[in-house]
Design a protein around this ligand. Structure first.
Ligand code: CU
Length: 494
């Protein structure tokens, strides 16, 4: 357990006197610059894998029950923080199902306001997507039922409540969803959950002096999206992972509201990327660092057989954008202590699996343009976040696509900051970035793509074999504050 007092002592050497002198009003000011690290004692909070939920199998259906609720969470020693959680006080269980399963998920809303639960990355019918059109009122329930048809991958789920997605996710309404398949279970990879196969939902948060979560205190938060100075993994502040095996598989998930990560280990060791958003790459890719935009996932293997103590860090580079994105120096995300790690039975593989190829360009029926736009100044309060000049309107369908058809989407960003672009209901391939082949870690299936300032990214996607003449899927910036302020649109698959 982190001590909030330890964090506060960075601000004042006489914490008690300092705290006493605070007025009630100033208790709500953000703790700028405060890190919840416990460097003075050398102890750290233990890494925690969320509970694993396989559901209840009845015939051919796997039943899950998720209850969204209001809770108190102890991020700091002796301090209770008001949070939202799913079957627990902050975040939710890791749901797990297999390709071929029919899942039936009952979602109960007990948070005191309307909410939704969206299955990010899942290929499913529009009315089961859990977007803004599947609102669940306080005290009511919603049942999502769909067949899992896609390959093994690390997906996630989160609130998608119109105008409140940022706040609800920030306070805890999110979790991971792992899909297995007949191949993935036989692969010679670490797959002992919580031992050598470790979910890592990475989030940054900012806390007020009273321990409550700070959410949007300034125009900067509204413009850049909500970023914090405290790093959490699975709801634990800068945890310590005592590695039990010498080869670790980390399912890294950027569950932050707005922060872009450039992940690396503190000793700059190489690691292998084995999967992206939609599943495995064809072969492991050895890298020293990897970029992870909001909503993106990557699975990596890291060999710690040399028994190091290393940190997973955000190496956000300095410079104008780095500074504006809250970076400029390495931030510790978690520490891995491998001194007690036993040798792994798994080698680093040379091949993974054949990935579904890029659709034939001759099959493309339509090419669409999406221009991500931000206008500066006070105008932003009134819909300055747009796609193709338009702010999200639930009553407007932006376009229709044909089921089973293949399209190219060209997403360009003329604004001054990056935007992670996400499309519901499909997995896509990245054709090119500014006309150049994307990096190898982006060669697999994706559902979210970071589009840098002055960049145009072409995506190719085949829409699912589901249609609905009335209920749309969403596409949007996954910087949740941008999404909430209108950088979103909707399309029908017919
Ligand atoms: Cu954005």
């Amino acid at each position: 357990m982190k001590k909030l007092g330890t964090a506060l002592s960075h601000v004042s050497s006489s914490r008690r006197g300092f705290l006493k002198s605070l007025t009630a009003a100033s208790l709500l000011l953000p703790l700028s610059g405060v890190r919840a690290k416990n460097n003075t004692t050398g102890t750290s909070t233990a890494f925690k894998s969320p509970p694993l939920d396989y559901g209840q199998r009845k015939g051919d259906t796997v039943n899950f029950t998720l209850t969204l609720g209001t809770h108190k969470t102890r991020f700091f020693d002796g301090v209770e923080t008001a949070t939202l959680g799913i079957n627990q006080s902050y975040l939710g269980p890791v749901l797990r199902a297999k390709r071929g399963d029919k899942v039936r998920i009952k979602v109960n809303n007990q948070i005191g306001m309307p909410s939704t639960l969206h299955w990010h990355g899942m290929i499913l019918p529009a009315n089961m997507d859990g977007g803004p059109h599947q609102e669940i009122k306080q005290g009511e329930s919603w049942v999502a039922e769909y067949n899992i048809r896609q390959q093994a991958s690390t997906l996630w789920y989160h609130s998608h409540q119109m105008h409140h997605t940022g706040s609800q996710v920030y306070h805890g309404l999110a979790g991971m969803f792992i899909i297995d398949d007949e191949h993935s279970q036989k692969m010679d990879l670490p797959q002992e959950y919580g031992v050598d196969d470790l979910p890592c939902t990475i989030q940054d948060r900012r806390f007020n002096r009273d321990g409550s979560l700070a959410y949007i205190n300034s125009m900067h938060d509204r413009m850049m999206g909500m970023q914090g100075n405290t790093m959490l993994v699975n709801g634990v502040i800068t945890p310590m992972l005592k590695a039990e095996r010498s080869l670790l598989r980390l399912r890294l998930h950027n569950g932050s509201n707005a922060r872009l990560y450039q992940l690396a280990f503190s000793d700059r060791r190489d690691f292998q990327v084995i999967a992206s958003d939609g599943g495995f790459l064809a072969e492991p890719l050895t890298v020293g660092t990897i970029r992870l935009g909001v909503g993106e996932r990557v699975e990596i293997l890291v060999d710690v057989s040399d028994k190091p103590v290393i940190e997973l860090q955000n190496q956000q580079s300095a410079g104008m954008m780095g500074g504006m994105m809250g970076g400029g120096s390495a931030m510790t995300i978690m520490t891995i202590d491998a001194r007690q790690a036993h040798p792994s039975a798994h080698p680093i593989p040379t091949k993974l699996r054949a990935i579904s190829g890029i659709p034939d360009l001759k099959s493309v029926v339509t090419t669409r343009q999406f221009d991500l736009q931000m206008s500066m100044g006070m105008g932003m309060m009134g819909g300055g976040f747009r796609i193709n000049g338009q702010s999200m309107d639930p009553a407007r369908i932006d376009f229709q696509v044909k089921r089973n058809s293949t399209e190219i989407w060209e997403v360009s960003n003329g604004s001054f900051m990056p935007h992670p672009f996400h499309v519901h209901g499909v997995q896509f391939h990245i054709l090119d970035r500014n006309g150049k082949q994307p990096p190898s870690d982006e060669s697999g299936l994706k559902d979210t793509v970071l589009v840098q300032s002055a960049e145009a990214v072409r995506l190719i996607m085949t829409f699912p074999d589901y249609s609905d003449a009335k209920i749309p899927y969403m596409y949007h910036c996954h910087n949740l504050e941008h999404e909430d302020q209108g950088m979103m649109g909707q399309f029908l698959v017919v």
